[in-house]
Write a protein that binds this ligand. Structure first.
Ligand code: BG6
Length: 651
């Protein structure tokens, strides 16, 4: 008799990566210092690199092995991601680093490189295995490949694998050309096109979540799901990458690759198995089923934006806009923001809108996927106190918070039938103690093991460009007249809200602990307390001109502005202050029972989050350990002296 499969999984031992020499093109570049070396170091710390291992860097900078090691030793201390730096492990890796300087077009330099790589292979017993990492712009993939071939790198014992960095092409035609070029020298099975988002555990978990849990997959389709949102917000601007960013924009930089990869994982059909090509086939199939826009449909489905400078109250520029960044044209048309409503025209998803949104210089950093289910019918609650119900949703928090959250309605304790939306959440940090990773360790390790699951095949890359192409064409043909159309530090252009709101839906603005900490009341507070506050926030919409707070009313709540602007009015009804997106107001109202000292009016349509005093009191009653700190903060930052009963009430 066959033993039955165990119900409780056990953790398998992790095998070492295959012995090999990594030949790293672009060894003096930013990517190597910030991500690849820290990635290799993490692999070494996790004992996943074999003894038979070495790295040879190749770049233009004149350096010898010692100088290269010194440089990497300096940078790793800055960019490693572990709590403690392990000198012993680093020196093990550092002693395996070598360097050859030379020009990409110079066959002599490649001869030297071959000599060094072959010598290292023999010294370390790598069996001739060679992993080429192309951390260089795509324009030089061709010349590198040609020279590798010329000096005989392609032949010999062991395997040859190539990791290629994004961008893989600039548009559909260039991606096809590049694929032809690379595939004329190498076989598809040797090419590992990297997208570092797939190295993130929270992304890989999308597959685990969908295909290892019996309860979700039956619901994962147009019968039960109302719509899906993908949100990738970045606080960072283009920093020093202006010149490069001018040639990309957010559609090429984030959507066509990282976001479409996430989309593919979330929406693909179950593969026959986890065999790499089974997964890659399903991913490509789902992208091939995305509706391709006609040029005249683009403005209806896609919104573009570019950030302008931020100003202080006196109108002085605080931080520059995109057009003022180094390397950027003062009349640049490049988009730093995009929102896109798409459809996947297959049996599973037909008719389900999928909204994607991403941008730079936004108010908060956060990557989330929201799966919103259809609403239950309200009629059954007729005659009860329930007059509205929220729909269930699952939120995948990809980063910086790593969590999964499902929300459902629950009866509020008491004699009446009343509902409140509550959440179940899984936070990675509460369950797993793994060290922070760069995403690159998984990619390098998988390539060393010959597992191509996480890498993109030609068909997927081209399918992704095919979706983006009409949007790029339309934008190129119709220069934006409205740029810049969002102020840095806000939640993007208002048109992005209209895109979803005209369908009767709203972006789910996920408030993170970082967002709350921008308010003096919550700065430095315990994350557990902040999470309880986030759960208690109630969204509300206020029309332009509507009063939100009336002077002399009893204060009961505080507000966070999600979209829009409000005006604080003085005794004569004059505007004394304008508070913008991301701002808070009315904090004293949740601390003290007192009359409001000023009125606040919505200047524009506003989406707000409200924190009721009742809810804050409940949180502090349930978790009294946080009350002392709030009292101290109230005293120090708001000059409000509170007694315990004032803060938490009596019941
Ligand atoms: C890169 C983009 O691919 O991804 C950058 O070129 C972007 O513009 C970055 O900032 C975001 O990566 P992550 O892992 O920080 O979300």
């Amino acid at each position: 008799m066959q033993p039955s499969a165990p119900d409780v999984p056990h953790l398998a031992d992790i095998p070492l990566g295959d012995p090999c020499v990594i030949v790293l093109f672009g060894a003096s570049g930013d990517l190597t210092q910030r991500l690849l070396m820290p990635g290799l170091y993490n692999l070494a710390c996790s004992d996943m690199l074999p003894e038979q291992f070495a790295v040879v860097g190749f770049a233009l900078d004149e350096m010898d092995d010692v100088q290269f090691r010194d440089r990497m030793s300096d940078r790793i201390r800055k960019f490693h991601t572990r709590k403690e730096f392990d000198e012993t492990t680093w020196s093990w890796l550092c002693n395996r680093l070598h360097y050859v300087s030379g020009k990409i077009e110079d066959p002599d330099a490649f001869h030297r490189l071959k000599e060094v790589a072959t010598g290292l292979g023999e010294k370390h017993g790598t069996g001739g295995n060679l992993l080429f990492y192309f951390a260089v712009p795509p324009s030089i993939f061709g010349p590198i490949t040609a020279n590798l071939e010329k000096v005989g790198f392609k032949h010999g014992p062991g395997w040859r694998r190539i990791i290629i960095e994004k961008p893989f092409g600039h548009d559909l035609a260039s991606a096809q050309k590049l694929n032809r070029e690379v595939l004329s020298h190498w076989d598809e099975s040797q090419i590992y096109r990297v997208d570092h988002y797939l190295g993130k555990d929270t992304i890989q978990n999308l597959l685990a979540f969908r295909f290892s849990n019996g309860i979700y997959e039956p619901l994962w389709n147009k019968n039960y799901i109302d719509h899906i949102q993908f949100n990738v917000s970045e606080v960072v601007d283009v920093e020093s990458r202006g010149a490069l960013y001018e040639t990309t924009g957010v559609l090429r930089d984030m959507m066509q690759n990282h976001m479409f990869q996430m989309l593919a994982y979330l929406c693909m059909e179950p593969p026959g198995s986890f065999a790499p090509d089974q997964i890659r086939t399903e991913k490509a199939k789902v992208l091939q089923a995305v509706r391709i826009l006609k040029p005249d449909e683009v403005p209806q489905y896609v919104v573009r934006g570019q950030y302008g400078p931020s100003h202080d109250a006196a109108g002085n520029v605080v931080k520059p806009g995109y057009r003022q960044s180094p390397g950027v044209s003062p009349v640049s048309r490049t988009e730093t923001f995009a929102a896109y409503k798409m459809f996947i025209d297959n049996w599973r998803w037909e008719g389900v809108p999928i909204y994607l949104r991403s941008g730079k210089a936004l108010w908060k950093r956060g990557t989330e996927i929201v799966v919103r289910f259809k609403k239950a019918p309200l009629t059954i609650f007729r005659g009860t106190a329930v007059d509205a119900m929220t729909a269930n949703r699952i939120v995948f928090h990809i980063q910086p918070r790593q969590a999964i959250e499902t929300s459902f309605n629950s009866k509020i304790p008491g004699p009446l039938m009343q509902l409140q939306t509550v959440q179940q959440r899984f936070d990675y940090a509460d369950t797993f103690a793994s060290a922070r990773a760069t995403g690159y360790e998984v990619m390098i390790y998988n390539c060393m093991c010959g597992d191509a699951t996480l890498f993109s095949r030609t068909d997927l890359v081209e399918a992704a460009w095919r979706i983006a192409q009409p949007i790029m064409d339309y934008w190129a043909a119709t220069p934006p007249t409205e740029f810049p159309n969002y102020t840095r530090g806000t939640w993007g252009p208002p048109e992005a809200n209209e895109l979803i709101e005209r369908d009767g839906r709203r972006w789910l603005e996920v408030v993170t602990t970082e967002v709350l900490e921008k308010c003096e009341l919550f700065k430095g507070a315990d994350p557990m307390f902040l999470r309880a506050v986030i759960m208690a926030l109630r969204p509300t919409v206020v029309s332009p001109g509507e009063m939100i707070i009336h002077k002399d009313d009893l204060a009961r709540e505080m507000y966070l502005i999600c979209h829009g602007e409000v005006e604080v009015l003085d005794d004569d009804g004059r505007v004394s202050e304008t508070i913008r997106e991301g701002g808070f107001f009315g904090e004293i109202g949740v601390l003290l029972s007192m009359l409001r000292t000023a009125s606040v009016r919505a200047k524009t349509l506003c989406n707000l989050f409200v924190l009721d005093k009742r809810d804050l009191r409940r949180i502090l009653r349930d978790q009294p350990q946080f009350a002392d700190r709030i009292r101290q903060v109230a005293n120090e930052r708001y000059q409000v002296k509170l007694k315990n009963e004032q803060l938490i009430g009596t019941s």
